[in-house]
Design a protein around this ligand. Structure first.
Ligand SMILES: [Zn+2]
Length: 221
């Protein structure tokens, strides 16, 4: 009889993501119709600076008011996906929604299986094939597991799966011009990703209140 031994390796897991230097542009008119609105001029080299995958995901999920914000994200991160790029601002925003749903929905498989996400889930699943290595880093006593992400979407896919596996509860910042995700770490209720956003919203509330009081005073006079 064969014996199977399952051993869980308890080592830190790193996602290594180096953005590429690819340049993104927006096409207009006929060209956009024929080839897609978003165009990437590929550059073979990588930036030397590693980007934290969770920070990358946070920037990706931030509310983007216009196409310039989308372009800024793409130009800071390079290649979006190795399995079918992103061809329009609309498609980029749909990707944001898909990742948002996968993080927020209590049942991963419910979000995963919804028909709306089909086209995206094919790519999502294709990105879930990482170059994975076990390593012992210089100076470190213990080993590390390393996931090498080849595109920003692949790094984001890794963070989504890791967060789901370790049961991290994610909420989204209530400041309308932020919307970034944050991990719920205590039972203390929180509406904003950081104190900066809470402060901005509190200033806005005070201003609204003052304006309202001012208006009703005018009405009385
Ligand atoms: Zn925020």
């Amino acid at each position: 009889m064969a014996h199977t031994t399952a051993t869980v390796l308890n080592v830190p897991l790193h996602i290594v993501f180096l953005p590429t230097k690819d340049r993104w542009l927006i096409r207009r008119g006929k060209l956009a119709k024929r080839y897609g609105e978003l165009f990437m001029a590929p550059a073979p080299s990588l930036r030397r600076v590693q980007m934290d995958a969770w920070e990358l995901r946070s920037n990706f999920l931030a509310n983007m008011p216009d196409e310039h914000a989308v372009l800024a994200f793409l130009n800071a991160t390079g290649r979006f996906s190795s399995h079918g790029s992103v061809h329009s601002v609309q498609e980029f925003l749909e990707w944001q929604r898909v990742i948002h749903d996968l993080l927020e929905t209590s049942s991963f498989h419910k979000a995963h299986g919804s028909p709306r996400n089909d086209k995206f889930m094919v790519i999502f699943n294709a990105e879930n094939e990482f170059r994975f290595s076990l390593d012992i880093w210089k100076g470190a006593e213990e080993g590390v597991a390393v996931i090498e992400a080849k595109s920003s979407l692949q790094a984001i896919v890794a963070t989504v799966l890791i967060d789901r596996i370790r049961g991290t509860k994610i909420q989204f910042c209530a400041r309308p011009d932020c919307g970034r995700p944050y991990a719920v770490t205590s039972s203390h209720e929180r509406k904003y990703c950081e104190s900066y956003c809470a402060h901005v919203e509190s200033v806005r509330r005070t201003r609204r209140k003052k304006r309202k009081q001012h208006k009703s005073k005018e009405e009385v006079q």
